[in-house]
Design a protein around this ligand. Structure first.
Ligand code: ZN
Length: 359
């Protein structure tokens, strides 16, 4: 299979919602649209089929005044997983997660890796202005931008979307990491899929970036940017029975039903995360991105409760049992200084990527 590459919008495409795009295109598609400035902005939507804010933003943008007027800048639109979108799924059972298959991936090679390598090479040759990959997530999260390098131009772009910016370093094979090799690349997380504020925000952002003539090459000030670095992933061990309500009576690990209210809150040491009624054991695992077990460093056990041991800020906490079982409970972040000398020293170079929970 090859990516479909078009130089125009197919008839009726903008009238389709994410779930019916597959009536017109049947696989990953690149669409080149000309604008006044030739250096193109690359925008990716629907890498995950059930995350529709990006497509909703793009179709609204292109149906706005740009049906008459030229775009201020050329656009390369990438539409990802339309088959999964038709089923409102992140990906189908016979597909990998698309956003783990881009160059730099360490997953088992598939036909999708070849397709995304071809897309990457095609876009690289066109020297894009920037790359923006639009997603949604589960749980109560603010909208935020994420970067894979601590570098002025991408932090400038990110801070225009949200003051909160996250620097991720795992997993490999995400689109923004692959494109970050040749242009400022970021990921937008637009809250819950299908809610108007997510596509409103992405729409306003895309319109603003398309109109930008250049990207400042200086670090944003602390007033404009709060940068957090993801340092660990929290999981529930496979053999542990858990629940968010405790109603089944057999769970070893009880998690509060409103746990996701702690998302993006800096938790002081001693904050209760869960209880372990039957066994005095830390049944949460925190693993650093280089594979170290940080559980004892992050959590402590006190009278059947799992408490935080150090200041932490969780992100992408989910109360969806499927996501916890198949991906993770949350990520842990710590604040990074954006004073120029210090921030750049924390950058982990090529070892970078974007984690995201499985909706
Ligand atoms: Zn996603």
């Amino acid at each position: 299979m090859k990516p479909l590459i078009l130089d125009h919008l197919p008839d009726g495409l903008l009238d389709r919602d994410a779930a019916s795009l597959n009536e017109i295109i049947d696989g990953p598609t690149l669409i080149h649209l000309p604008g006044r400035r030739p250096q193109p902005l690359f925008v990716a939507v629907l890498q995950h089929g059930n995350e529709v804010s990006g497509w909703d933003a793009v179709r609204r943008l292109l149906k706005s005044r740009y049906q008459r007027d030229p775009l201020p800048r050329s656009l390369i639109l990438f539409i990802g997983n339309v088959r999964a979108a038709a089923r409102n799924r992140r990906h189908l059972a016979d597909q990998p997660d698309f956003n783990r298959c881009w160059p730099g991936s360490d997953s088992v090679p598939t036909i999708w890796h070849d397709i995304f390598a071809e897309v990457t090479e095609h876009v690289r040759l066109r020297k894009p202005f920037a790359s923006i990959d639009i997603h949604n997530n589960t749980g109560l999260n603010p909208h935020y931008a994420a970067v894979n390098r601590i570098e002025p131009r991408r932090l400038n772009l990110a801070a225009r979307f949200s003051r909160t910016v996250i620097y991720f370093t795992e997993p490999r094979g995400v689109q923004s990491m692959a494109f970050g090799e040749f242009c400022p690349a970021l990921t937008l997380e637009c809250g819950l899929s299908g809610q108007a504020d997510g596509s409103d925000h992405a729409l306003a952002y895309l319109d603003a970036i398309l109109s930008l003539s250049e990207i400042p090459d200086s670090m944003p000030t602390p007033e404009d940017l709060e940068l957090y670095s993801m340092f660990a992933t929290v999981t529930v061990p496979e053999e542990v029975e858990f629940s968010f309500t405790g109603a089944d009576g057999i769970s070893q690990l009880l998690l509060p039903a409103d746990l996701d209210r702690m998302n993006f809150r800096e938790l002081p040491p001693g904050t209760r995360l869960a209880s372990v009624p039957t066994e005095p054991e830390l049944l949460l695992r925190a693993r650093s991105h280089d594979g170290h077990d940080l559980s004892e460093d992050c959590f402590m056990l006190e009278k059947g409760q799992i408490l935080t041991r150090r200041p932490l800020m969780p992100a992408m906490l989910t109360t969806d049992e499927f996501v916890v079982r198949n991906d993770c409970l949350c990520y842990l972040m710590e604040r990074v200084s954006v004073e120029p000398d210090q921030a750049l020293a924390i950058d982990r170079g090529e070892e970078s990527g974007l984690p995201e929970t499985l909706p």
